[in-house]
Design a protein around this ligand. Structure first.
Ligand code: MCA
Ligand code: AMP
Length: 494
């Protein structure tokens, strides 16, 4: 298979030209129509100076136009850089400055903001402006080597600033190709697409499974259980984060009958509890297929399609992925059954962090294995179970929050002595972000939350800020987050 991602897109665009690729609330678009629009938009991007290897930064609402912009960027040989629509000005400024895009495509209401950030060096436009001036002619696809970067997705780190994971043409093409076989996608499938399209999950995994197999998808602006249940009557697959499955179970309209036409429910991005897995089977007759992945690697393991989908396990490594468990400090590979850090290698593993060679080197072993930061073990049948994370990371509703980023903002405040940010169990989001602070003088938690919103995307803002006269510390003076997590484990219970 050619490693060039657009060649793989083009294969499907031609083969399924008259079939529907995507429907939104308004209309259905065929593969042929989308391909033609992507060709014309690629020409428009090139006229704006988007050349091969240049970054196109995108912060737009979920729409078919955004999807076409993704295809057009790849067709022009440029690098697609999608960003969460929740990001605030200071967050966006970092990405724009770090990635030095030639072009930013944003929402109408953000044009002024984008004009202020990133040192003012990039051109700023909107989807409406781009689509209003499409050339008639389709620009030919710009050929790329399999090792060329197709997309950069930022992920935060335990320490320091977010890092741009460089995903190559071959990373994305190979992972998609493998998944359509593994999950048995065909042109008969219709996927309910309710995820955002600025993360690996909703963009590459969901969209490529559909596109590569000739299937179709219904684009929903966001997850809404009533709408998803209605769509199940004539859809076949749902891909989502555990919160989707928790919310479906909370909706009495979700029944065995409503799910009768569906062939597959896939969950990932965060742990799906064994309880939810079992409750889902009881209610619907379907066993959720849980898989495990990362921004830097795409999909790594998956429960089998035909074999046992084991509750609480993420399944064996996917075809082509080598996975081992090692001792974190030394890198010594551990025997089957022992708990250690998960390390992976394969055609899906990213090329490195954008302009951060040292950070990249620090996350690979000398023999090329990438250190995921997840802790787990492999059982006697080869199934992986994740048991925790070496990285200090909270996953809330499938979105990652690094405590260090929130703590830094709190620690900077005059009314805060020191802050500890922890994840505690939450019935809807799986984990919720909570801050425990040692206040200095008068402290108004609600006011502090409001102020944090100016600098932090809403999903990172602590759902609660609690105060404590003195935070628990070990003999070295380090805050004992484990004790705090235990103390507040029931904060959101019931
Ligand atoms: C929204 N809020 C959240 C979250 N989402 N808070 C914490 N965690 C969240 N995930 C905030 C809102 O801003 C709002 O705050 C309040 O919580 C209530 O929002 P609600 O209406 O309940 O949220 P929603 O719009 O229904 O969204 C919840 C969601 C969504 C459906 C779970 O977050 C979502 O689609 N998550 C999936 C993210 C994803 O695609 N992850 C994949 C990345 P306020 O009222 O204060 O403003 S990981 C990945 O790609 C790897 C490769 C992998 O393995 O998949
Ligand atoms: P991200 O950096 O957003 O790609 O998040 C990747 C992280 O999400 C992984 O390193 C895991 O910690 C977590 N993750 C993804 N899928 C699962 C899963 N099925 N179960 C538990 N954690 C998961």
């Amino acid at each position: 298979m050619s490693g060039d991602l657009y060649s793989r897109f083009a294969q499907s665009f031609e083969r399924f030209s008259d079939s529907v690729l995507v429907e939104d609330g308004a209309r259905a678009w065929t593969y042929g129509e989308i391909a033609a629009m992507a060709g014309r938009l690629a020409g428009r991007l090139q006229a704006l100076g988007v050349a091969a290897g240049e970054r196109v930064l995108v912060q737009t609402d979920k729409s078919v136009e955004t999807l076409i912009l993704y295809f057009a960027t790849i067709r022009a040989g440029a690098i697609y850089l999608p960003l969460n629509i929740d990001y605030t000005e200071s967050e966006l400024d970092y990405f724009a400055t770090d990635a030095t895009p030639v072009l930013a495509v944003c929402r109408d209401q953000s044009v002024d903001l984008f004009g202020r950030i990133g040192g003012g060096a990039m051109q700023v436009t909107t989807l409406a402006q781009l689509f209003a001036e499409l050339p008639e002619a389709e620009a030919p696809p710009v050929p790329r080597a399999s090792d060329d970067v197709a997309a950069i997705l930022y992920t935060s780190g335990t320490t320091g600033k977010p890092k741009g994971a460089m995903l190559t043409q071959a990373n994305l093409a190979s992972n998609g190709e493998m998944l359509i076989d593994f999950w048995r996608f065909t042109s008969e499938d219709r996927l309910i697409h309710a995820l955002p399209i600025f993360h690996v999950h909703g963009l590459f995994i969901a969209v490529h499974c559909v596109l590569f197999s000739g299937a179709s998808m219904v684009f929903l602006p966001k997850f809404e259980s009533g709408r998803v249940i209605e769509l199940m009557a004539d859809s076949t697959v749902l891909m989502g984060v555990p919160t989707f499955y928790i919310r479906l179970l909370a909706d009495p309209a979700f029944t065995r009958e409503s799910a009768a036409n569906m062939r597959l429910f896939i969950s990932g991005s965060a742990p799906l509890s064994a309880d939810i897995h079992r409750a889902f089977e009881q209610r619907s007759g379907h066993r959720v297929l849980e898989r495990y992945g990362m921004t830097e690697t795409g999909m790594l393991t998956s429960n089998p399609y035909d074999g046992e989908r084991r509750a609480g396990f993420v399944g064996p490594p996917l075809p082509g992925v080598s996975l081992r468990i090692a001792e974190f400090e030394t890198g010594k590979v551990l025997p089957q059954g022992e708990v250690g850090i998960v390390e992976v290698k394969g055609p899906n593993v990213f090329k490195g962090y954008w302009q951060m060679p040292e950070k990249t080197a620090a996350e690979f072993r000398p023999d090329g294995y990438f250190i995921t930061g997840d802790m787990g073990f492999i059982d006697a049948d080869g199934y992986v179970q994740l048991v925790g994370r070496e990285k200090d990371l909270i996953i809330s509703g499938g979105l990652n929050v690094y405590p260090a980023e929130v703590e830094a903002l709190l620690d900077d405040r005059e009314d805060v002595g020191e802050a500890a940010v922890i994840g505690v169990p939450h019935p809807d989001f799986g984990e919720a972000v909570v801050a425990v602070v040692q206040p200095v003088g008068a402290f108004d938690a609600d006011a502090v939350r409001e102020e944090l919103r100016k600098d932090l995307a809403a999903f990172k803002v602590p759902k609660m800020i609690l105060t404590m006269e003195s935070l628990p510390r070990n003999t070295m003076g380090k805050i004992q987050k484990k004790l705090l997590r235990e103390q507040y484990a029931d904060l959101f219970a019931g």
